[in-house]
Design a protein around this ligand. Structure first.
Ligand code: CA2
Length: 154
């Protein structure tokens, strides 16, 4: 079964507690549970993580090399700032899907720039927690159409 890392960046652990008008009412744990459920349905082994640290996010992306068939990433604020995240993502050869709960293009101008998009197969934004399910469905389809053998499968 292909492993998919679902990586989440800073402050997403606060979901469900503040700013529901922007990010919705789901907690990150509820989103994680939804991803695991979707993974069971699609035959994907989901590794779901969140960190507030840029270095830890980079380390997890490096871990995904050789461990994961695909990456779903909501790098949160690091999306707009982190060349380190971009460089790590460039080293990952499988498909990458970028997810955002909100639609950054409807918000402040600085959110329109993404250091993840240049290496992503696609971007899903503005659909709240549903975006994670859509991202996993896209990943499953990409892996079906374009199976890779360089990653570990269990
Ligand atoms: O819409 C998204 O998913 C974002 O990646 C969320 C980031 C933001 O910097 C990006 O521009 C778009 C921020 C996540 C912060 O999450 C919070 C949740 C509840 C309360 C406070 C922050």
């Amino acid at each position: 079964m292909p492993t998919v890392f679902v990586l989440n960046g800073p402050n997403l652990n606060l979901l469900g507690t503040r700013e529901p008008e922007i990010y919705g009412r789901l907690t990150l744990e509820e989103i994680a549970a939804g991803c695991r459920e979707t993974g069971r349905r699609l035959g994907l082994d989901i590794v779901f993580r969140q960190t507030n640290s840029e270095g830890e996010l980079v380390t997890w992306i490096q871990e995904a090399i050789g461990e994961a068939a695909a990456l779903v990433i909501n790098a949160a604020a690091y999306t707009h700032t982190s060349v380190a995240v971009l460089d790590a993502l460039r080293a990952f050869s499988g498909p990458i899907v970028e997810v955002h709960l909100s639609n950054p293009h409807r918000r402040e101008g600085f959110r329109a720039r993404s250091y993840v998009s240049p290496v992503a197969e696609g971007v899903i934004c503005g659909f709240g927690g549903t975006g994670y399910r859509l991202a996993l469905e896209a990943v499953a389809e990409i892996l079906r159409d374009r199976p890779r053998t360089s990653h570990r499968e269990t």
